[in-house]
Design a protein around this ligand. Structure first.
Ligand code: DAH
Length: 357
């Protein structure tokens, strides 16, 4: 009787399992795999040696060998999973993003944290001044129909006053002309319309926001700029109320030694209308290049609401009267912080921005 080629199978299998357990990396496993389970493995060699056995013995030995192969394969898969898991944990540990580090870095160099820009912070300060004076804050769309931006403000198509605003058109004509608002005044119209619809007059509100004009930027103008609009609609409002609000605002925002003056002007939506000027903050009224040696700087316009505007929005002019004003937020920032060239406000030069953190 010849000894079975599988006489040492149990020991051989145990050795293979030991070898699998000893594999220490995925790479080592990949290299060793052909030797443990592949064509060059002891299991494959044994398989070939079964050829000389009697059919019954061969079947039995084949089944044993198959069993041994499954055991080794399962061990190999298990080891592969363990090693992959370990490798992933290692990668995660070395990739870890330490958020604590980032915070510490920010504390070490404060300039790396952001802050509101000069225009945004000026807008907030202006809102605060008006809120303290009893105004609410509202806003409106930057894209307006021609009706809101012009017609309801008593500026019909082809009115010569349209030349006061170089306009960006979004759509011309049908079904309606749409523009980028050239001023915040259309927000007055929205506000009065909804107050009429909800029967909630009076109105004491300011409306800050971005405006657009087809202007060439220079030291005192930007094509994208910001205005703050004011609107008061109440019973018995007079020009004296308007003048009082302008003067109070000016002293509160710019300080007690800066005053305001109103000069007769023309705006289609107010009658009478005035231009609103303040003492030049750069020369304190002495006269300098920025104020063209007048001692005054124009901030915006104002006036008593025109009856045609009341009519457009359905406010009863016999019962209500009111005033409005609108002026540049960027211009206020320029005057308050003595910025010689307004273009600095939009150039995002960090050396400029850092001065206002
Ligand atoms: N909307 C005008 C402009 O941008 C400024 C203005 C003038 C606003 C008179 C008003 C006003 O509310 O009453 O040129």
């Amino acid at each position: 009787m010849t000894t079975s080629p599988l006489a040492n199978l149990a020991i051989q299998t145990a050795e293979l399992l030991e070898a699998v357990k000893a594999l220490s990396s995925l790479e080592a496993l990949r290299e060793a795999e052909p030797l443990i389970i592949g064509k060059r493995s002891i299991l494959s060699t044994l398989q070939k040696s079964l050829g000389g056995l009697e059919p019954d013995d061969r079947r039995e030995a084949g089944a044993q060998l198959q069993q041994a192969r499954r055991t080794v394969e399962a061990a190999l898969e298990l080891r592969r999973d363990q090693l992959a898991l370990g490798a992933r944990a290692e990668r995660l540990a070395s990739d870890r993003l330490d958020l604590g580090d980032v915070v510490v870095g920010a504390i070490r160099w404060p300039a790396s944290s952001g802050h509101p820009g000069l225009v945004a912070s000026t807008q907030r300060e202006l809102e605060d001044v008006f809120v303290a004076m009893g105004f609410t804050v509202s806003d409106g769309p930057e894209v307006e129909s021609d009706w809101y931006n012009f017609e309801a403000l008593n500026i019909p198509p082809a009115h010569p006053a349209r030349g006061m605003w170089d306009t960006f058109y979004v759509e011309m004509g049908e079904p309606e002309t749409v523009v980028l608002r050239t001023h915040t005044s259309p927000t007055q119209i929205h506000l009065m319309e909804s107050a009429v619809a909800s029967n909630s007059l009076p109105i004491h509100s300011v409306m800050p926001g971005r405006c657009y004009r087809r202007d060439t930027p220079d030291a005192r103008h930007l094509a994208t700029f910001h205005q703050i609009e004011g609107l008061v609609v109440d019973r018995g409002i007079t020009f004296a109320d308007l003048a009082g609000v302008i003067e109070t605002f000016t002293r509160k925002y710019f300080g007690p030694d800066i005053s305001a003056r109103l000069r007769p002007a023309y705006f289609p939506f107010t009658e009478p209308s005035a231009e609103f000027e303040i003492t030049c903050t750069i020369c304190r009224g002495e006269g300098c290049r920025t104020c063209s040696h007048t001692g005054w700087i124009e901030l915006g316009g104002c006036g008593m609401l025109d009856p045609a505007v009341f009519e457009a929005v359905g406010v009863d002019g016999d019962e209500w009267s009111g005033f409005a004003f609108g002026f540049g937020i960027d211009r206020c920032a320029q005057m308050r912080y003595q910025v010689a060239d307004m273009r600095a406000l939009i150039e995002n030069d960090v050396r400029f921005l850092r001065q206002f953190s």
